[in-house]
Every structure is written in structure tokens, then in C-alpha cells.
Design a protein around this ligand. Structure first.
Ligand SMILES: [Zn+2]
Length: 365
């Protein structure tokens, strides 16, 4: 049995092979994505983690695949402590992929592009800078009075479930004509499935900069010079703020299996700004409407951001924009639930006619 690299984030952690069991030490970063060659019909995987990253492995299980495309979860057969888990994985003749998340990387973007090209409503734009590109899938024709809705996933490359949700949204818009027509009658959609596509190939970071630094990229929205990908997306979003056309800005994240709900949130205060009165009421209504029938969905209004510099903190503090974020759970959820989440978000968005709370209006405090 051999452990090999895999393209999307597949640098093997420190590991040991003993008999039919591979033991990985994930205490440094908590994520794993490798390829096993020459595995017996069934083999063991043991994982040691730190306390907190252990939760996804409890709630979600370990993921494996025999084709590198479809992953299944297998629950721990043994967990002697909250930092040690043991699994049995079906092997076989070919390769076996093992992961702590259903990966999403550049190959998935390629597949999406190949599957969705030539659609009448869709144009794909690549934002480019410093040798990096970020694809944006744009739906709908520009027109007077149309709102622009942004769905931004994959800021943290290892939170792949968010990218699967965005991927499913694009496929839903491509295949569900009545939904697309309803949404695009009075809005334009810009969907970013993967804000950090290059970081998906890195061993253990939410975002890896051009200089090779592993950073929390999602929290760089308020930096003077964010990493290239974030700067590119931010610039585009701000264009729609300037014209007063911004509708929904939803950053799509995944806390993997750390929590067993999918939760959408907005913050009430940021910097010197706060949502009160009319806008606060609007934000609460919109939050509830967006989450109708989202699998395992809950909502949360926070007084302030938990980590400065995230998109909704920056947007409210600097531009007086009410923005939202969703954390998709992977606990008991897989492709179908991610797709349902994307579809519900679009359908719920299409039912909202009032976007007047995104930006302040005359008379707002
Ligand atoms: Zn995140």
C-alpha cells in the first residue's frame, strides 16, 4: 500500500503504514486529501487530530472515493478519545481517494465550464491580475433598474461544500428555465464558485498567497491591498455598490462538520455603522426568507463580527452595505443536500422583491 499526492490539496500529512492500516497525523491542520495505491479489499485509516478539528470527523465521517469524483462518508468505527478516530475503508483494484472534505478545485471549475458553456443567459468572465484568474459566472442581461446579486464561495479553499453549493446554483440556473426566468427578469447574478482556486492545490491553508504565505484570506476584505483574488472580487462588488445596484451579497462558506446546522448570518454593527429601524427590519426579514427550506437551515443575527475584515464587516463598516454569510454544514450532508441548498437559495432570492435595505436611503439613521 502506498500513499500518493493528489492534485487538489493532496500533500500527505505525516503518516505511517503498518499492516493494513495507515495512520495520519492531522493535528497541524485537520485536513487530509490523498490517494492510496495498492490497497487491500478493506483497509484501516486512523487519524489523530487536535480537539477542535476533531468535530468534523465525528459529525461527518471520513470521505473516500474509488473514482476521484464521487465521495462517500464512512463513520468512525472507534474513537477512543476526541482526538483519535479509526475507520474501515473499502479498497479494491484501483486507486482509493481519502479526504476530510469533498474536494473542489480547478478541475471542478473546468468541468463546470465544459458543462455550462454556450448557455444563452450565461457569460463567464475571468477577473485577472498578477498571473491569477478568478472565474465569475454571470447570468442575465443588464437592464434599467435591475439588481445585481453576488454569490461568493471558496474564499477558504478547504471549505469545499460552499463551492459545491455555488456549482449547483450555476447548474440549476442552466437547467431550470422557470427559475432562471423569474430571477433574471429583474436581476443579474454574479456567482464565484471558487475565490481561491490556486489555494485548493495547497496542502493546508484556507488561502495561500503568491508569496506562499498561508493566511485567512476571507478576512482581508478591509486590507489596503488584499491578496490578488480578493482584490479582484472586491473591486467588482464595489462597482455595483457605486451604481446603487447591489442586491444580495452572500459569501458562501462551510464550517464542514463542526456544527450540525447550515446557518446564515448578518451583523448589526460594524465600525461606526449600525443597522437600525427600517434596515434592521429588512435585514431580518430577508435573512428568514433566504433560508426557507434550506436543509438543516438556521439563522443568526450577530451584534458584531467575530473576526475583523470579513466581507460583511468590511461592507457595513466602510460602505454601509448590509451583506450576508452562510456556513454550510457537511454533517450528514453530501452532493444532493448541497445542490438543494443552492436551489433553495436561488428560489428564495427570486421571491424577494424588496432590496431597499442593502444600501441606506434618505431618512435612515
Ligand atoms: Zn470560511
Amino acid at each position: 500500500m502506498e500513499v500518493l499526492n493528489h492534485f487538489d490539496g493532496g500533500v500527505p500529512r505525516p503518516f505511517q503504514i503498518s499492516g493494513d492500516t495507515i495512520t495520519f497525523n492531522l493535528s497541524k491542520c485537520g485536513t487530509l486529501h490523498v490517494l492510496v495505491r495498492g490497497a487491500p479489499a478493506e483497509f484501516g485509516v486512523k487519524v489523530t487530530v487536535e480537539e477542535r478539528p476533531g468535530m468534523p470527523l465525528v459529525n461527518q465521517g471520513l470521505l473516500y472515493s474509488h473514482d476521484g469524483r464521487r465521495y462517500k462518508a464512512t463513520p468512525a468505527v472507534e474513537s477512543e478519545s476526541s482526538t483519535y478516530f479509526s475507520y474501515r475503508v473499502p479498497g479494491g483494484d484501483g486507486m482509493v481517494w481519502i479526504s476530510t472534505r469533498i474536494p473542489y478545485g480547478r478541475d471542478n471549475l473546468d468541468r463546470l465550464l465544459a458543462d455550462c458553456t454556450c448557455l444563452p443567459n450565461l457569460s463567464v468572465r475571468t477577473l485577472e491580475g498578477r498571473g491569477r484568474i478568478v472565474p465569475v459566472f454571470e447570468f442575465g442581461e443588464e437592464g434599467e433598474g435591475k439588481r445585481v446579486h453576488w454569490f461568493v464561495a471558496g474564499e477558504d479553499a478547504w471549505e469545499a461544500a460552499g463551492s459545491w453549493v455555488a456549482d449547483a446554483m450555476i447548474r440549476a440556473l442552466a437547467s431550470n428555465r422557470s427559475l432562471a426566468e423569474k430571477l433574471l427578469a429583474n436581476s443579474v447574478l454574479r456567482i464565484v464558485p471558487m475565490t481561491s482556486p490556486y489555494s485548493a492545490t495547497q496542502p493546508g491553508s484556507s488561502h495561500t498567497t503568491i508569496d506562499g504565505e498561508e493566511i485567512y484570506g476571507a478576512a482581508t476584505w478591509s486590507d489596503d491591498e488584499p491578496p490578488t483574488e480578493f482584490a479582484l472580487v472586491r473591486e467588482e462588488v464595489l462597482k455595483d455598490v457605486k451604481t446603487g445596484r447591489l442586491g444580495l451579497l452572500l459569501n458562501i462558506h462551510s464550517w464542514n462538520g463542526s456544527y450540525v446546522t447550515t446557518t446564515m448570518e448578518f451583523i448589526r454593527t460594524a465600525g461606526d455603522r449600525e443597522l437600525t429601524g427600517r434596515r434592521l427590519g429588512w435585514a431580518k426579514r430577508t435573512l428568514e426568507t433566504l433560508m426557507i427550506d434550506v436543509p438543516l437551515g438556521t439563522t443568526k443575527v450577530s451584534e458584531k463580527i467575530w473576526h475583523p475584515g470579513l466581507a460583511r464587516d468590511y461592507m457595513l463598516a466602510r460602505h454601509d452595505v448590509a451583506a450576508f454569510r452562510i456556513e454550510v454544514t457537511t454533517a450528514g450532508q453530501s452532493y444532493d443536500e448541497f445542490a438543494e441548498t443552492g436551489l433553495r437559495l436561488l428560489a428564495n432570492c427570486s421571491g424577494i422583491g424588496d432590496w431597499s435595505g442593502v444600501l441606506p436611503e434618505e431618512g435612515d439613521a
